[in-house]
Structure formats: C-alpha cells, structure tokens
Design a protein around this ligand. Structure first.
Ligand SMILES: Cc1cc2nc3c(=O)[nH]c(=O)nc-3n(C[C@H](O)[C@H](O)[C@H](O)COP(=O)(O)OP(=O)(O)OC[C@H]3O[C@@H](n4cnc5c(N)ncnc54)[C@H](O)[C@@H]3O)c2cc1C
Length: 367
C-alpha cells in the first residue's frame, strides 16, 4: 500500500461553491462510503450497525457502494462481523486480520486504516464516537490531513455531493453544518444511539475483500500486558436500555437518588441523571444523559425533577415514550414529553414504585 495523498490546498475565495472547484483531480478519485466496524474482544459495538444504516442512505443518495471495514485477529470473529455488515446493508466488506490487531491500539489500527484509505480511496468515512472510535478517527484524520466532524447528530448529502455533517455547538444552543471542501475523505463520528438501528436482513450478501497488512509486533511501541475489565461500567447499559429512569436537581438531595434507583430496579430499568446531578456527586459521570453524556433511545424514559434543557433534550428525544414528573407546569420538558405529571417527584416516585411492584406481584401469582 502506498501513501500518495497530496499536500492540502489553501481554501479558495468565493464561498463554498468557489472552494469546491479547488478539489484536485487526485481527490476526485475518492468514491464510496465506509463504516468502521468497531470490534473489541470479538464483539461488535452496536453503533457500527447504526452507522451502517446511515451510511446506506448516504451511499444510495450518491449512487455509490457502502463498505464495512473490519479489523481484528485471525480466527473467525472478523469474518462473522463481515456477514453482519451485509445483513445491515453493506455491499462490500474489507477484512484485515492480523495477530497484531488482537486488541485495539492506536498505532497499528491507525496505520492499517490510513493505508486502506490511501489504497481504496473512500469519499466518506463514518466511525462511532466511542472512546475507541474517537481515538482512531482523530489519528486517521490527522495523518490523512483531512477534516473530521465529531459528534454529528445529522448527516446528509448536499446538492453537489458533499457530506453535510451537522453537530451542536455553543453549548448545544446552535447547530452547525460542516463541510470538508478541499480534502478527502470526509470524516464524521456519531455517538451511539443518535442514529436508529437499521433492519437486519440475513438474506443480504456482498463482496469480501481480504487485505493483508504489513504489520509486525516489533514495529508497535505500545504493548498490552493484561486486560482488566472495569466491572462497575461493564454491566452499565444505559445507551441501549429499554427503560430508563432519571433524576435531576429537582431530587434535591443525594438520599433521594434512592427513589430513582428503587423504581429502576422494580422496572428492570437502567437509571441515569442530568449533568448537575453528576456535578453534585449524586451519580457517576457514566450515568449522565444528554449532549455531553449518553444518548438514549429507550421504549420508556421517566424523568423526575429534570427541567428539560436543550442539552438534556438532545440525549433523550429519540425515546418512544417520555414521562416527565416536575412541580413546575411551565418546565421545558413538558414541551417534548408525551406524558406530563405536575407533581412532587418525592411523592410520585415511591407511589409508582409500589404500584409497579404490586402489578408485578399480581402478574407473577397469575402465571
Ligand atoms: C456545554 C454544556 C453541556 C451540557 N451537557 C449536559 C448534559 O449532557 N446533560 C444535562 O442534563 N445537562 C447538560 N448541561 C446542563 C443543562 O444546560 C442544564 O443546566 C441541566 O440539564 C439542568 O439540569 P436539571 O434539569 O437537573 O436542573 P434544573 O434545570 O435546575 O431543573 C430542576 C427541575 O426540577 C424541578 N423540581 C424542583 N423540585 C421538584 C420536585 N420536588 N419534584 C419534581 N420536580 C422538581 C424544577 O421545577 C426544575 O424544572 C450542559 C450545559 C452546557 C453549557
């Protein structure tokens, strides 16, 4: 594989249309949409499939192919992930297997990915805005001297075929649409649960392109000596939970967080909170929901004592049913909640917990 990307050109005057004309012939050769399939310890992160659904829409609009890129050690997991790529809509899957790629390390992954891009020249690259995806995307974009729009909430194809990547800015009060005009590929990261999960059709198939990387363990300076899973977060499934119960400053004290936890336990739900509740030390950062926390798409979201500020709203508006409990009938959360309860959370939460507990007991006795 060769690295033959030219030096970046200075943006032209005359607005975006003027700048677009500067795209060199070299970059015009870039075609197709790629999704990086994030795999750790043999498991694919579901954000990869959410991106596959989004990539499919972009590829169809551009009339090009959608490809998945899977990297990992030899031994089956990467190949299994490849068939999943097709099930979620890919036309092509690039598989790169090598023992050096057994665990994620920035250096070999970025090297392999950069070489793949320079060889096959995709025009759009999508990665999950996970810890791994953010780490990899930054290195790949920097090495390729191209633009990267992080934490996008919307992707579209412009009239001239450019990627229009939209993301919140200025603390979530504005949405910016960002274009990568003079460079290729156009890169974007998207957080888990921001895009919906596409339909999985196992009958779909496509082309597999196996790539042999030029890697040796000696050439990688970082070494993984052992793997210690973080047991406190390993079980946390906030982003993908079907039911989430959350509390905000309206809970008034750390003790009242127990009311959220008890209701969540009875419902078999995950629990979370607003950012100020984390700042107060009532819950850990990994339970924060919103723009700078997790995006959730549960079937049911119960928010107690949360005002519904825009930074919180962007993380929850994909929920099927939002139930808000707030003492202030003018709280912004009632603008987007499906069910609003104007009441004291400290009275409603225990009552709800008991009602659901009794219901579960009745159901259990009846079955
Ligand atoms: C760059 C940036 C990023 C941010 N990211 C996030 C983020 O990811 N997530 C996030 O949540 N916020 C985020 N914020 C903060 C956000 O702007 C709001 O300040 C925050 O969401 C408000 O939290 P809250 O609703 O818990 O508190 P408040 O806004 O103070 O609301 C408390 C609510 O509780 C109600 N209440 C009071 N007593 C009771 C009671 N007894 N029973 C029921 N209701 C009661 C009140 O009427 C009020 O509506 C961010 C802000 C910035 C600037």
């Amino acid at each position: 594989m060769t690295t033959d990307a030219p030096k970046p050109v200075a943006p032209a005057a005359g607005g975006r249309a003027g700048m677009k004309k500067e795209l060199s012939d070299h970059f015009k050769a870039y075609k197709h949409v790629w999704v990086f399939v994030e795999m750790e310890r043999g498991e694919v992160h579901p954000v990869s499939w959410e991106l596959m659904g989004e990539g499919r829409k972009l590829a169809d609009k551009l009339g090009v192919e959608l490809a998945g890129v899977v990297m990992g050690p030899p031994g089956g997991a990467a190949k299994a992930a490849a068939s999943e790529c097709f099930a979620y809509g890919a036309d092509v899957t690039y598989i790169v297997e090598d023992p050096v790629l057994a665990d994620y390390r920035n250096d070999p992954y970025a090297r392999v990915f950069t070489n793949l891009v320079n060889t096959y020249k995709p025009e759009i690259l999508l990665l999950g805005a996970t810890t791994l995806g953010r780490d990899l995307a930054g290195s790949v974009a920097t090495t390729l001297l191209t633009g990267l729009t992080a934490d996008c909430t919307e992707l579209a194809v412009d009239q001239d075929g450019s990627l229009a990547a939209t993301r919140p800015t200025f603390g979530g009060s504005l949405l910016f649409t960002i274009y990568t005009l003079n460079f290729r590929p156009q890169m974007a990261t998207i957080r888990p649960r921001v895009m919906s999960m596409p339909e999985r059709l196992v009958s779909r198939s496509g082309r597999v392109i196996e790539v042999k990387p030029d890697l040796t363990e000696d050439s990688v300076v970082t070494k993984i000596l052992s793997f210690l899973p973080d047991r406190s977060t390993a079980k946390l499934n906030l982003a993908y939970a079907d039911i989430v119960v959350a509390g905000g400053l309206g809970l008034q004290s750390a003790e009242n967080v127990q009311l959220i936890k008890r209701l969540a336990e009875v419902l078999g739900a995950e629990y979370g909170c607003s950012r100020p509740a984390v700042q107060k030390g009532w819950m850990t950062t990994d339970r924060q929901i919103g723009q700078t926390g997790k995006t959730i798409r549960p079937k049911l979201y119960i928010a107690a004592g949360i005002s519904g500020a825009i930074q919180h709203r962007v993380g929850v508006e994909g929920a099927d049913l939002i139930v808000a409990i707030n003492t202030d009938k003018n709280a912004p959360i009632f603008d987007f909640a499906h069910v609003g309860v104007v009441a004291d959370a400290m009275r409603i939460l225990p009552a709800l917990t008991e009602a659901f507990r009794a219901r579960l007991l009745v159901n259990r006795l009846a079955s």
